[in-house]
Design a protein around this ligand. Structure first.
Ligand code: FPP
Length: 313
């Protein structure tokens, strides 16, 4: 899975991604509102397919990132091998993606495998790679049919060829889909991503004085995408673990003790409800309001990388 349109970062790609994103959704089979997701765009509509069992929320994050943590503990609590937890955790992604579409979320980023995860016992690493390969094979046709664009955040260096090929095929097949972007952070590290971006900038020969935060953003795997509004940490660990290091500085973080394999749509809704209670100031002081809480993401609020907050309202 590659970063965005192709593996070469830069302004050109950013522009391509942005333009394509702004074309909106094509012939979606589920009712989905037209919304642009490129940096600087504004949300224009809330979900029309909101699940009836949950009260509607005034604000929906455009980009949600999830660290799929707790697979091992989930398995251990059931006297199962850790691999069983990874299998269950992998299965759990589909209902969460379906709910994301229903809630009107446009980008979901999942942390599948970090650069540090290679240090796990070889048998577990092998099993995770196998499970990932199987999941790509089984799920990609349906994801494609449902308009999901799969993108890869991370490097394919050192990844077994058969898996790398399968990943590239899934990216190529789904690259024009617009209903939901699924970023899979695999063999990903936030610091490594920043180093890669800096190397790309140096290689491009940009004058030092011209390099801004926007420049760096354009050389990241997430080029052209707004930063995550909400990062969900199932499993109770209160650390980011090298996940979206550059992009997360103003993300709202939601930690839940629920382990990822048990994290269902109800828990997802709770995270979104909590997000609605957050005051997003982006380092500023907000004008006095009548209530204690300013709704999350006042329309048009500028984020540090120049992207508007895309929450509807
Ligand atoms: C974290 O739980 C999970 C992982 C490191 C690997 C999860 C990824 C996969 C199984 C591949 C599937 C990928 C997709 C895109 C579906 P943990 O092992 O750290 O759990 P623990 O904290 O309870 O030990």
């Amino acid at each position: 899975m590659t970063a965005s349109v192709d593996n070469t970062p830069g302004l050109h790609n950013q522009d391509k991604v942005h333009k394509r994103d702004q074309t909106g959704i094509g012939s979606a089979s589920l009712a989905m509102p037209e919304m642009a997701v490129g940096a600087g765009a504004r949300a224009s509509a809330a979900s029309e397919s909101w699940p009836a069992e949950f009260p509607r929320l005034p604000r929906v994050p455009t980009h949600v990132a999830i660290k799929m943590d707790g697979n091992g503990r989930w398995a251990r609590a059931r006297n199962l091998p850790r691999i069983a937890g990874h299998r269950r955790g992998t299965k759990n992604l589909r209902p969460i993606l379906e709910a994301s579409v229903q809630f009107g979320i446009r980008i979901v980023t999942v942390y599948a495998f970090s650069t540090e995860n290679w240090n796990r016992p070889q048998a577990e690493v092998d099993a995770i790679l196998t499970i990932l390969g199987e999941a790509i094979k089984q799920e990609t046709p349906e994801l494609h049919a449902n308009g999901v664009q799969i993108r890869h955040l991370g490097s394919l260096e050192g990844v077994p060829t058969h898996l790398a090929d399968r990943i590239q095929e899934a990216l190529a097949l789904t690259r024009h889909n617009q209903r939901l972007i699924l970023n899979v952070a695999f063999n990903y590290g936030g610091r490594a991503e920043i180093v890669r971006a800096l190397r790309g900038i140096i290689r491009a020969g940009l004058p030092a004085e011209s390099v801004t935060e926007d420049t760096v953003s354009r050389y990241l795997y997430t080029a052209g995408q707004p930063d995550p509004d909400l990062i969900i940490l199932p499993g109770g660990e209160m650390r980011s673990s090298n996940f979206l290091t550059w992009q997360s500085i103003y993300s709202e973080v939601y930690v839940t003790p629920v382990l990822w394999p048990a994290f269902g749509v109800y828990e997802y809704y709770q995270a979104l409800a909590a997000y609605n209670q957050r005051v997003r100031r982006f380092g500023r002081v907000l004008p006095e309001t009548t209530g204690n809480h300013q709704p999350t993401g006042a329309p048009g609020a500028a984020t540090p990388n120049g992207a508007a907050d895309l929450a509807p309202g």
